[in-house]
Design a binder for this molecule. Structure first.
Ligand code: USQ
Length: 508
């Protein structure tokens, strides 16, 4: 096993969710970091004591003395040491990411549980759309996971807003990590009208807030891995780097001939829709909970996700994950590939020079395992910008057009349409996304070309192509940030697509 994959070998019981610190640490006195509490202690050997829930025979001991590499409960796995039979609960397990992660984790021997209330299925249905890759009912998914992959998933149909039932399930399972995907992920959906904006913010913000209280009361040592978004930061026109949620120690604010270190402060947020605002509010609620109650959390600022493939979801038709292409729930690369398959000109909003971070589905799964394997310190609010590269929307369209025409013989055109969103056409963009590779040994494995190719392979299948055709009237956007109710107009159609070499810059 290479040192590369053992990124968490030096973590200790201090980070382990099987530790029981309750009643043995004066959290208020400790401040936010282990270092501070160490420095404050008179006797550095016994400054914090704990018990191991998995091995009570150890008695009361200093939790910083046993590393994951030394502990028999932590087992070497492909993405670092993993807690033996680790219990991970996925909130929103029926969604695009949730279902994919459930199978990915189950395949690694993790004991997966999850909740869902099928909101995503309902929201898509409400818009008159459907997932173009058909998905099975949950009962059939669970059955197939067991019979095809040998993965038993403990599923409960629960709405995250139903705190009593959620608490009961969490108390029963006692998860050692909770992955929180149970939110509405759509910017356009949140901009339809007041009802939709309120629904998205209620579900996302209040659902998360309730969860935090449940974790405080029932599983305070469990790590929370919460999906945020790169869109929380927006694209600041000053051109300053987009740091990973928190300013680094050497960031300086200069003003009025004076200067201050910004190190440790949350970076400014400039969300780009009411959906993104809900994620910003979540950030503050999670951050405060870590501060007040010493919860541990990673906020995953995910770039635009794309793709359809992992080995597990591809193992059987009943195990597939959903794939949306409508204006509300389809993300841009997924939409472009579907459009190319049916000869619909790829819909670039505005000039197409917007720069965005992207990550393939499979790479996102790898990141999540690495985060689960390497829990934060008690009280730590950690942030990772989860993306494997960035590029302009136009260069993405050109890459999709190139693969569609050259590898699949399709005639692919590109169109520029009015941009119904409020976003800068041209802007500086310098995202920092170092934490995952540097601290968690994440290495992207999937290039955009590879995943786009795999998407074409699946979506050109006649039955799926037919399902795209059925919903092609839902491709062009009608949801204007301004509130206008009208279809977007086409500004330009590009028949002869030039394949820009700059698209290659994005390759990881
Ligand atoms: N865009 C087009 N043509 C399209 C669709 C989108 O040009 O047909 C452009 C948009 O104007 C935008 C960019 O592509 O500049 C990305 O749009 P998107 O719909 O793929 O993604 P977005 O609305 O930003 O939201 C998605 C997910 C959301 C996640 C976010 C990450 O739905 O859950 O938070 O990506 S990020 O964009 O980094 O905030």
């Amino acid at each position: 096993m290479s040192a590369y994959s053992m990124h968490n070998q030096d973590k200790t019981c201090w980070n382990c969710p099987a530790i029981d610190l309750a009643g043995m640490v004066d959290f208020r006195a400790c401040g936010q970091s282990l270092q501070i509490s160490k420095a404050r202690s008179d006797d550095s050997d016994t400054y914090i004591l704990a018990r191991c829930k998995r091995n009570p025979g150890l008695g009361v001991y200093d939790p910083t003395t046993i590393t994951f590499a030394e502990c028999p409960e932590w087992i070497e796995r492909p993405y670092g040491y993993l807690l033996r039979d680790m219990r991970v609960m996925i909130l929103g397990i029926d969604g695009y990411l949730g279902w994919t992660l459930a199978l990915w984790l189950g395949n690694l021997g993790i004991k997966v549980s999850g909740i869902d209330n099928y909101n995503r299925r309902n929201w898509v249905k409400e818009r008159g759309a459907h997932t173009v890759v058909p998905i099975s009912r949950m009962s059939e998914r669970l059955h197939a996971a067991t019979s095809v992959l040998g993965i038993d998933i403990n599923f409960r149909e629960i709405d995250i807003m139903d705190r009593a039932r959620l608490a009961e399930f969490i108390d029963e399972v006692k998860p050692e990590a909770i992955v929180h995907y149970a939110e509405c992920p759509s910017a356009p959906y949140s901009m339809i009208d007041a009802e939709h904006a309120i629904l998205v913010q209620e579900n996302n913000v209040l659902g998360t807030l309730g969860l935090l209280f449940i974790m405080r009361d029932l599983v305070p040592e469990t790590s929370l891995i919460k999906l945020g978004t790169m869109g929380e930061y927006g694209t600041p026109l000053t051109g300053r780097p987009i740091f990973e949620g928190i300013f680094p120690a050497d960031a300086i604010l200069k003003w009025d001939n004076r200067e201050w270190s910004l190190g440790g402060e949350l970076t400014p947020r400039d969300p780009v829709s009411f959906y993104h605002v809900s994620k910003v509010q979540d950030t503050f609620n999670v951050y405060e909970s870590c501060k007040y109650w010493w919860l541990r959390s990673y906020d995953v600022m995910q770039g635009v996700i794309y793709g359809i493939h992992t080995d597990q979801v591809a193992a059987d038709e009943r195990l597939r994950t959903r794939f949306d292409i409508d204006e509300w729930f389809g993300t841009v690369i997924n939409r472009f590939v579907a459009q190319a398959v049916i000869g619909f000109p790829l819909s670039i909003y505005g000039a197409g020079e917007q720069l965005r971070g992207f990550i393939a589905l499979e790479d996102a799964m790898q990141c999540m395992v690495r985060l689960i394997a390497s829990p934060p310190d008690p009280g730590q609010y950690g942030v990772v910008n989860q993306m494997s590269g960035y590029c302009s929307i136009r260069s993405l369209a050109e890459t999709v057009a190139e693969i569609g025409s050259q590898e699949f013989g399709l005639t692919v055109r590109i169109q520029r349409v009015e941009n119904p969103r409020v976003e800068a056409d041209i802007h500086p963009f310098e995202p920092i996304y170092d934490n995952l590779p540097k601290e968690f040994a994440f290495q992207p494995k999937v290039s955009p070309e590879m995943e786009i190719y795999r998407m074409f392979e699946l979506l050109t299948q006649p039955s799926i192509k037919q399902r795209i055709e059925e919903k092609k009237h839902l491709i062009l956007p009608r949801t204007w940030w301004s509130g206008q109710k009208k279809p977007v107009e086409t500004l330009e159609v590009i028949d002869e697509v030039e394949y820009a070499p700059r698209a290659k810059v994005y390759l990881s």
